[in-house]
Every structure is written in C-alpha cells, then in structure tokens.
Design a protein around this ligand. Structure first.
Ligand code: GLA
Length: 342
C-alpha cells in the first residue's frame, strides 16, 4: 500500500473513540502479513487460537506459550489492549485434562485442581497484558429444553464447573473483567438461556462482569430487532457487553455454493448496508458496549473461508484481500461522523 494512499484512510478505532474499542482476532502469521493494517486500525487484539487450552497446555507438565507470547509482544509494542480467549471450552481442549494416565475419567476434585492450576498459570502470566478474559465459552445448548450442552466438563463436574472457572480467574487476577461468551446469542431461545445462566451466576455472587456476543452473523440474519432485543436483555443484568467475534458472512446459513472467486456486486452492496445498520445500532447502545472485536483483520484470511463449506472463500470483514478498505468500511466510518454531529 503506498503511503499517500494509506494516509487518506482514517483509523477505524479512532473513528469510534468515545464509543467503544475496535478489536481484531490475530495470529502469529497475521501480525506479520497484516501487521501494518492491524496496528493502524485496531486498538484491541484477541489471539485467534493461541490462548486456547490445547494451544497453551498440550500435556499436563507442558505449557507452550510461544504463539501467545508473540501476540502479547505485538500488542505491547503497538500499545494495544488485549482480550484473553478462552479458559473453559468444550472444543480445542486436550483429553489429558479429563483423564487419568490409564484413560479412566478423573474425579471432579482433580478436574477442578487442574483447572485452577491452568487458570492460575495462564491468567497470571498475561496479567499485565490482558484486561478481560472470556472465562467460559459456549456452554449453552443451541436447541431444545436443556440449558447446558453435553460436554466432558458437565459429565465429570456437573454444572458447577462454570462458577468455579470464574472464581479461579477472579482469584488469579482480581482486576480482570470476566466474560461469558457465546454464539447464536441473538436467537431468542438461546438468548434467554444465556440470560438465565448468567443471572443465576450473579445471584450466587459469582464474579461475572460481562457477556460476549460472538456475533458471527451474515447478510440476512439475525435481524436487527433480534440483536437489539438481545443487547437490551443482557444489558438489563447490569453487565458490560462486548461483541467479541464479529463477522458478516456473505452467504445465508444454508447456502452451500462454492463457485464464487470474488463476492458479487450485490453481495458487497448488501454487506455495506448491513454493516451500516449494525454499527448504527451498536452506536445507540454505546453506553453498554465497551468493544467490538472482528474475528479477523481483512478478507485475505478468515476462518469462514473453508468453513462450514470446504473450498469456499468468504469476504466477511471491512478490509479486502489486499488490505484496502471496502465500501463497508466507508459506510461504518460515515456513520461515526454522523453520530458525533448529533
Ligand atoms: C468460536 C470460538 C472462536 C473460534 C470460532 C471459529 O466462535 O469462540 O475461538 O474458534 O469459533 O473460528
């Protein structure tokens, strides 16, 4: 990118100063390949995978901090905030945690001991870098009457593992803001379950400070009215809110086409309109929302290329594959100049 061109592009996070932070999920490759873009436009970083259990703690006596340390060093060098992601999850967690050496399940007490030791080690290591942690990720069941999804956590420990994780994280860093984080967070059925879970944690004086709305959305859903209702419901608990993993897929959930090598003009127009509407809505709730983190920095690298449809590229972010601002970027920026005039 030529410097004269770059100079004409306002910094995304500065446009939202006074409303909320603007974050990106990064990894050790993107902080190199897209390092300038990330440094310029985002003021908060989340490690895409490098702070997950499997990445940090592959065996009981082995911690592997290299990738996470590289990201923390980049954040420090560029003066960025950091969110920690994630301490308890049913995915990307190694089997040893749940097993004895002979493969039999560990006891509840031993699972809690291991969890405490993991949380202590990880949270204390990044205490100076990380101001907020996704403590528990995705424990709610998407469908049906059950509150919690089946998992080894639930099998071995019962529902008490959720409160324990927050308590251990709070002991490890009493200053950190602690989040419950989930997807399909604007779906009314799941929204109400998330609300009920977090409400019951608060009633038990569990240290929960915020709800993370992952916000893996697309051009068509969820509806703005559903997003609004979710924000209002979560905010009614008196907690801080963040969008933690925002992206706007150009494909409907059940659209499986794989023929496109670039987004159609219609898709880009719809995405511009969608981003403008979303950020208008988020700006309305800026007193409740502290950060909006995108799940990626630019369209050249996004987890949605190849997922859930293999061999399919997606273009869900505000910067294109060459790190240039898309029309959606300008619509989002335009919206901030209108807000600051009102
Ligand atoms: C979930 C997790 C993230 C990430 C995405 C997909 O939303 O919270 O860490 O794995 O899935 O990339």
């Amino acid at each position: 990118m030529s410097s004269s061109k770059a100079d004409n592009v306002p910094k995304l996070y500065e446009a939202f100063r006074g409303s909320f932070d603007i974050g990106a999920a990064v990894n050790p490759r993107t902080i190199i390949r897209a390092g300038d873009l990330i440094a310029k436009h985002y003021n908060s970083l989340t490690a895409e995978n490098e702070m997950k259990f499997v990445s940090l703690h592959p065996a009981e006596d082995t911690y592997t901090f290299e990738g996470a340390d590289q990201i923390a060093a980049f954040a420090r060098e560029h003066g960025k905030k950091m969110r920690g992601h994630t301490l308890v999850w049913h995915n990307q967690t190694t089997d040893w945690l749940f097993q004895e050496a002979d493969g039999s399940p560990v006891s509840r007490d031993k699972l809690f001991e291991r969890l405490k030791s993991h949380i202590d080690t990880v949270v204390k290591r990044y205490k100076e870098d990380i101001y907020a942690w996704d403590v528990v990720n995705e424990v709610i069941a998407d469908e049906g009457p059950d509150l919690l999804r089946p998992s080894k956590w639930l099998d071995i420990a019962g529902p008490g593992f959720i409160a324990k994780a927050f308590e251990y994280a709070h002991e490890a860093d009493p200053k950190a803001q602690l989040f419950y984080n989930d997807y399909n967070e604007s779906n009314p059925l799941k929204r109400d379950k998330i609300f009920n879970l977090v409400k019951s944690l608060l009633e038990q004086d569990v240290p929960v400070h915020g709800i993370g709305l992952q916000a893996h959305w697309n051009l068509y859903s969820p509806g703005l009215d559903e997003i609004r209702a979710a924000i209002e419901k979560y905010a009614s608990l008196g907690l801080r809110l963040q969008l933690t993993e925002l992206d706007v897929s150009v494909f409907r959930h059940d659209d499986l086409r794989t023929d496109l090598v670039r987004p159609t003009g219609v898709m880009l127009e719809q995405q511009e309109k969608r981003y403008e509407e979303l950020f208008n809505l988020l700006a309305e709730y800026r007193n409740h929302i502290d950060a909006v983190t995108f799940w990626g920095a630019a369209d050249d690298y996004t987890w949605l290329s190849d997922f859930p449809v293999r061999g399919r590229k997606n273009w869900p972010l505000l910067f294109d594959g060459s790190h240039e601002p898309k029309g959606s970027f300008w619509r989002v920026i335009k919206q901030t100049s209108q807000t600051s005039q009102t």
